[in-house]
Design a protein around this ligand. Structure first.
Ligand code: PEP
Length: 247
């Protein structure tokens, strides 16, 4: 039985003061029905880790090198020092605006796992790829490219988020059928590479305009173990409504 996993993604939103208000507002409502958490900007990580007790806190990115001449980047050791245990890797906005490739994401996955930080690895096709009928090949290539060389036992504990790029922040969510079918093929690709035990254990999220009023439908699907949520994770009330929706 895979435990549901629901993470928000604040993107480039919230100061430290605003992060504190969020955690003060939601902590009391967090249940053990799922692993709940939120990915926050680097500057709000320390405040968030201190403010969170039942919530989990993720970074939105990390560099693969241990240190060095990478102006503007942050290392795994820096995240560890302040108690961060999760990181989102390869979000489509990182791929689109910062040219992150599957090979980059793979290097990041390797170092985070080595250091005991759990990655949430994002995959998903663009609108052009979707309309051309290439979702399956794109997503399979991303899954294998991002996870190549990892140890199967480690992959059991990571999270993969399927986020069709055309559904992120657009208000256009993928139908439940599309979300389920693509999450199933993500799992199938994991099965091809790592075998049944790993495929049955790995948790797969759907992301793309998930809200309090549609999350239950997604969560009822066999291969959808959770959600990665942008817009609806920003406000205390909508995040509370999401927590309440996970029974
Ligand atoms: C996201 O940021 O990963 C996301 C899915 O955003 P939204 O829920 O706003 O579509």
């Amino acid at each position: 039985m895979r435990k549901p996993i629901i993470f928000g993604n604040w993107k480039m939103n919230k100061t430290n003061a605003q992060a504190q208000v969020f955690f003060d507002g939601v902590e009391a409502f967090v249940t053990d029905k799922a692993d709940f958490g939120v990915a926050v900007p680097f500057t709000a990580l320390a405040t968030s880790v201190n403010a969170a007790s039942k919530m989990n806190v993720a970074a939105e990115n990390v560099h693969w090198a241990p240190n060095g001449a990478y102006t503007g980047e942050v290392s795994v050791e820096m995240l560890k020092e302040i108690g961060v245990k999760w990181v989102v890797l390869g979000h489509s906005e990182r791929r689109q605006y910062f040219n992150e490739t599957d090979a980059d994401i793979n290097k990041k996955a390797v170092v985070t796992i080595e250091n005991g930080i759990t990655p949430i690895v994002c995959v998903g096709e663009t609108l052009d790829e979707f309309e051309a009928g290439n979702t399956e090949s794109v997503v399979r290539t991303q899954v294998s490219g991002c996870l190549t060389g990892l140890n199967g036992e480690d992959v059991k504990n990571i999270v993969i988020a399927y986020e069709p790029v055309w559904a992120i922040g657009t208000g256009k969510s993928a139908t439940v059928e599309i979300a389920q079918n693509t999450c199933a093929l993500v799992r199938d690709e994991v099965r091809n590479i790592f075998g049944n035990d790993v495929a049955d254990a790995v948790r797969i999220q759907y992301g793309g305009s998930v809200k309090p009023d549609n999350i239950e439908e997604y969560m009822s699907q066999e291969d959808i173990d959770g959600a990665l949520i942008g817009g609806a994770s920003l406000e205390v009330d909508s995040f509370k409504a999401i927590i309440d929706a996970i029974k």
